[in-house]
Every structure is written in structure tokens, then in C-alpha cells.
Design a protein around this ligand. Structure first.
Ligand code: M6R
Length: 612
């Protein structure tokens, strides 16, 4: 969580940093701040609220060729002005911006208080900068050596930028567990949590690894490890385009990303289905084919929507490839001492590739000898660099906090893995393989059709239910995790309480909630459990519940008893999540907009959850 930026070069870095922070606001938007040189001294401007509020605060005449900035998702300390970053050290010799958590900040703070240190904020970050200041004055080391020494005492995940009053030409940065990337310009450097803030200026990037510290001045960059080894920087050429991270005429990123799904599926599937040879071309899978052949089970880990894509994958992989799959919340998996066998394959689903719990779950699985496989959307992300092998979803940057196109891209990769696995395990007929891959190759057309067809219908339905206090989402089989994802979308962007349930489970509790005020959204597109879900729909109507049904075109049973229904094109059972999630995303979107919510930046959330 939190976004950090830095600039050092010839230009005025203040507008560059402000613009960069706006691009990073998806990482947190509780407060924002800048540090730069003013009258030859470190100057900090910071404020609770969005980057736009900070912008108002900054004197337009200020100019500095060395700047660092921060947009916060609060961990330690409330989101108020004094806890906003950057933070000065007690004697204002140094300033810091920090993304992450210093776990042992309490004991470090205690030690500093005994040495006479006083604190202005409630943050762990201020402890770190005071510790750096103390060690700096005590040991008389250079600032980068001091930071190196200090970090050996620190437990936690962080990426930091530090500026000093004594050296207006240098920024020192360090990374351990939270992302940090350096953009390389001509006699200038950009620093950020991801490349979006500097994409406009340079596509040359250096990804810092964990345990690395870089000393950056206008025309010099040196990288050291915490254990004092010199590292030569590896410059990568970014392939991302600026248009990909802009709204492109849509009113929000979320809406743009919902509408981008057909394209993102085409991009994700491109070149990966070879029908002539009946093969699936996934480099990560093929490089670990022996592991897949010998494996007795797959464990999928993830958080939030990525965990839900993992649940969809469980239905698809078990259904097609007949290999047992377990799906776990990464946060539970890592702390419950799980039994992991050497021939297990642990697959992490993560859009950002930075989610702290997922990253730690993978580290644990790797330590225990399992093959770790990543399904990520961000090239160069921590998870993509940690895994043994993996497959990228090519959904393009997802900026809206609510995950949409990443989910469908993850599901499409799951289908590919299931097909590849079914092939090597001889569990799929030629006919079924062809039928599913044919459908998959054209699924983007049905997604496009769904998007166009549902547009007005869903808005009308959303109008009717926008004041609901609660909502229930039901599905069976592979539609059950889709129902969960629909419920998650509604609660995170519209703040309406919503629950997802397997439709049959309703009778075991949630049915008690049904009355004339309670909308239930039921996914009823699949023939294989249609009669059962029809019975569930009737149970809701018998109790005067409001029923919104997602049905296949031409449906004439459930649509007749539903208060509202949305027709979607028919498709293969395993591919149906790619279609069925679309009306649910749009439903939440329109309800949230009608309730006046900020759908791209819902309250309390951040896009990339890099703390536990
Ligand atoms: O980047 P990741 O896919 O690892 O993120 C996981 C979750 O934090 C994320 O899916 C979150 O639940 C979204 N806000 C859901 O829309």
C-alpha cells in the first residue's frame, strides 16, 4: 500500500511528483505529501485527503530539482495531517517517505525515547527516520552507509526514499518487500512504486530487488546490497504504453476496464491455443510439465478477487483435468503451518503481483520444496520474480481498485492450464478439447455482445435496487464463486452489504433474511444444474423476495418468475464465468454511481495490499 515517487534531475520535480502521485493514488488516498528543497532547506507540504488537496497547498512558484512524494493508505496512525508522509527526523536533518510496515517499531521507538527522541506523529515511519538520524550522528557514516546499518535493525516490509539537508544533490532509496522502480532518463532519475509516474518521460527502468539500497544523484546511480555488495544495475525496456494507464474517454477507470475485457481476453489467449496440434502453449506450464505430470494436487493461493478466480479455477481444473485442487486465502495458508508435499504445485493468483500475503504464502511453499507458479498481471512484480515459473495475464494495467478485467483474464488462464493438464493426463477427448478451445477463441465476441446488450437494461435494474441495504448472490457449481465475486464487487464499491452463497446453502441460514426488501441475484445460465437453481428461485419468490436472474438467451422458466432478468449468450459451462460476471460488474458499478460513490477509489481500500 501507499505510493511513493521521487525525482532528481534538471526539471522542476514538483509537478512531476504531483502528477506521479495522482497515478499512484490507486495504492492509497488517505493523505498526500511532498518534500523538496526550498530556500536551501528541506521543506515538507502534506495534508489529509487526495493528491488534488495537496496540490492546492503547494505554492505554484516553488521549484526544486529534487523531490519526493507520498500517497498514503493508513496503517500506523489515523489518516490525519500529522501522520501524512513525508516525515522529518526530530532535528529536521532528514526526511523520509515509506511504503510498508516496520514491525518492530515499538521497541525501536522505546530505545529512541530513552535517548531523548521526541515524536510528532503516530507512525512507524517516523521511528525509522529518527533511527537513521541517530545512527548517522552516532557513527558518523555516510547517509547510504547509515541507512544500510539501520536497515539491519529493522524488521518488516518497506520501500523508502530519504533526503538530507546536508546533501541537496542525492536521494537514497531502499527496498525490502515493497516495490520500487527507478526510471532512467538523460541526466535525471525518477523513482516510483510502479513505472506509471514516469512512463511519459522514459521507458528505461531498473527494478530494485529486496535488500538493495541505491544512492541516486543527477548523473550517478550506485546500488549496494544491505550486506554491502556492489550491484550493477540492470536496465529493462518497458513495453507499457501511456494510453493504457489513462481513462481514454470513460468516466472512470473501472468502467473502462469492464469494457476492456474482450480485448484483455484476446491478448491473454493470443498464441496460446494451437488447435492444429491440439496443444496449449504456456511457457511456464511447459517448462514444468514433469512437475504437473507427477503432481497429486494443486494448491491455489490468493486474496480477494484473485482468490475468487482461484475458486473458479478449482471447478475448471478438477472438472477438466481431474486433478485435486485446494484453494486457500493466502493469509490463512501462510500462518496455519500447512502440509505441503514436494510434488505439490502452488499457484498464486495476483493481479498486482505485490500482495503481501500472497507473496509470503509463496515464499513458504517454495521453502517447503513445492513448485511455485504465478499467474500475475504485472511484469516485473515481486511475485512474478519470486516464482519458479508462471503465466502472465495480459489484461493491461488495472487501475480501478475493484478488480474486473484481471478476474476474467485469470479465469481464462485457468482454462488454459486446465486444458493443458487434461491433455497431459489424457483426461479430455479430442472432441471436447476442440469444442472448448473453439468456444474460448471466440468468447470475446460473446463478452462484447453482453457488454453492449446489458448496458441500458442493467442501469434500469440498478435504479430499482440502489437503495437496498443488503443483497444476496446465489450460484451453483462454477457460478458459485462468480456469485461471491458479484457480492464482493457490490460491497466494495457501493457499500451495500452483500453475501454470496452456493444456491443450495440458502436453505441452511440465509433464507431467513429473505423478505420483500431483500434482492437476490441468482446466476442461472447453466443447463447442468438448471432445475435445482429453478427450485431455489421459487423458494425466494415464495417468501416475497426480490429476484434478479442472470439467464441464458431464450430462458422461459426462471425469467418468468424473476422480478428482473438479464439475458446473456449461451456458452460452455467452464467458460460461463467469463460472461456471467459482466452483468454483475455493471450492476455494482451503476448502483455505486447512483449512490454517489467513488468507484475507482472506494473508501478504506487500496489497489495493492502490500501489508499483511
Ligand atoms: O493484486 P492482487 O490480485 O493480489 O490483489 C488481491 C486483492 O487485494 C484484490 O483482488 C481486491 O480484493 C480487489 N479490491 C477486489 O476488487
Amino acid at each position: 500500500m501507499c505510493g511513493i515517487v521521487g525525482y532528481i534531475g534538471e526539471q522542476n520535480g514538483i509537478p512531476i511528483a504531483i502528477e506521479g502521485l495522482k497515478r499512484l493514488e490507486y495504492r492509497g488516498y488517505d493523505s498526500a505529501g511532498l518534500c523538496y528543497f526550498k530556500n536551501k532547506k528541506l521543506h515538507i507540504s502534506k495534508k489529509k485527503g487526495k493528491v488534488a488537496d495537496l496540490e492546492e497547498l503547494i505554492n505554484k512558484k516553488d521549484s526544486s530539482s529534487i523531490v519526493m512524494g507520498h500517497t498514503r493508505w493508513a496503517t500506523h496512525g489515523k489518516p490525519i495531517d500529522k501522520n501524512a508522509h513525508p516525515h522529518f527526523s526530530m532535528n529536521k536533518k532528514l526526511a523520509i517517505v515509506h511504503n510498508g510496515i516496520i514491525e518492530n517499531y515499538d521497541s525501536l521507538k522505546e530505545g529512541l525515547i530513552q535517548k531523548g527522541y521526541k515524536f510528532r506523529s503516530d507512525t512507524d515511519t517516523e521511528v525509522l527516520i529518527n533511527l537513521i538520524e541517530y545512527i548517522h550522528s552516532d557513527l558518523k557514516l555516510s547517509l547510504s552507509e547509515t541507512i544500510q546499518q539501520t536497515l539491519t535493525q529493522v524488521v518488516g516490509a518497506f520501500s523508502i526514499l530519504v533526503m538530507s539537508n546536508e546533501d541537496p544533490e542525492t536521494i537514497i532509496i531502499a527496498k525490502n518487500g515493497s516495490p520500487l522502480v527507478i526510471g532512467v532518463g538523460k541526466e535525471e532519475y525518477y523513482i516510483a512504486s510502479d513505472p506509471s509516474p514516469f512512463l511519459k518521460y522514459t521507458k528505461k527502468a531498473i527494478y530494485l530487488d529486496d535488500g538493495e539500497i541505491a544512492e541516486i544523484s543527477r548523473n550517478k546511480l550506485s546500488i549496494l546490497t544491505i550486506d554491502q555488495k556492489i550491484k550493477s544495475p540492470v536496465i529493462k525496456q518497458l513495453t507499457m504504453e501511456l494510453e493504457e494507464i489513462e481513462k481514454g474517454g470513460y468516466e472512470t477507470f473501472m468502467l473502462k476496464e469492464i469494457y476492456e475485457q474482450p480485448k484483455s481476453i484476446v491478448d491473454t489467449l493470443r498464441g496460446r491455443i494451437l488447435q492444429e496440434t491440439q496443444t496449449i502453449k504456456l511457457r511456464g506450464f511447459n517448462e514444468s510439465i514433469e512437475n504437473f505430470k507427477n503432481s497429486k494436487r494443486i494448491i491455489i493461493v490468493g486474496c480477494g478477487t484473485s482468490w475468487l478466480a482461484g475458486l473458479v479455477a478449482e471447478y475448471i481444473i478438477e472438472g477438466l483435468a481431474k486433478l485435486p485442487v485446494e484453494v486457500e486465502y493466502a493469509s490463512e495458508f501462510r500462518y496455519r503451518d500447512p502440509v505441503i508435499y514436494k510434488n505439490d504445485i502452488v499457484i498464486a493468483f495476483s493481479q498486482s503481483g505485490e500482495t503481501a500475503d500472497t507473496l509470503s504464502a509463496l515464499k513458504l511453499a517454495k521453502e517447503k520444496g513445492a513448485l511455485v507458479y504465478g499467474i500475475c498481471n504485472v511484469v516485473g512484480s515481486s511475485i512474478s520474480r519470486l516464482v519458479n515459473v508462471g503465466t502472465f495475464t495480459h489484461a493491461g494495467p488495472e487501475i480501478g481498485v475493484a478488480s474486473t478485467k484481471a478476474f476474467t483474464a485469470q479465469v481464462s488462464v485457468s482454462i488454459l492450464i486446465a486444458l493443458a493438464l487434461a491433455k497431459i493426463k489424457n483426461n479430455i477427448s479430442k472432441n471436447d478439447f476442440n469444442q472448448i478451445t473453439n468456444e474460448l477463441k471466440s468468447i470475446h465476441q460473446k463478452m462484447q455482445f453482453t457488454l453492449s446488450k446489458c448496458r441500458d437494461n442493467i442501469k434500469e435494474i440498478a435504479k430499482k435496487y440502489k437503495n437496498a441495504k443488503n443483497a444476496l448472490y446465489l450460484g451453483r457449481g462454477v457460478s458459485f464463486p462468480v456469485a461471491l465475486e458479484g457480492a464482493l464487487k457490490l460491497k466494495e464499491i457501493s457499500y451495500i452489504h452483500a453475501e454470496g452463497y452456493p444456491a443450495a446453502e440458502m436453505k441452511h441460514g440465509p433464507i431467513a433474511l429473505i423478505d420483500e426488501n431483500m434482492p437476490t441475484i441468482i446466476i442461472a445460465t447453466n443447463r447442468r444444474n438448471y432445475e435445482k437453481i429453478f427450485a431455489n428461485a421459487q423458494e425466494i419468490k415464495a417468501r416475497n423476495g426480490k429476484l434478479i436472474a442472470i439467464v441464458s438467451e431464450g430462458d422461459n422458466q426462471i425469467s418468468k418468475i424473476a422480478d428482473d432478468f438479464i439475458e446473456v449468450p449461451k456458452t460452455n459451462y467452464y467458460l460461463s464465468p467469463l460472461i456471467n460476471i459482466i452483468p454483475l460488474q455493471l450492476f455494482s458499478y451503476h448502483i455505486a454511481k447512483m449512490r454517489g460513490c467513488n468507484v475507482d477509489q472506494p473508501r478504506n481500500l487500496a489497489k495493492s495490499v502490500t501489508v499483511e
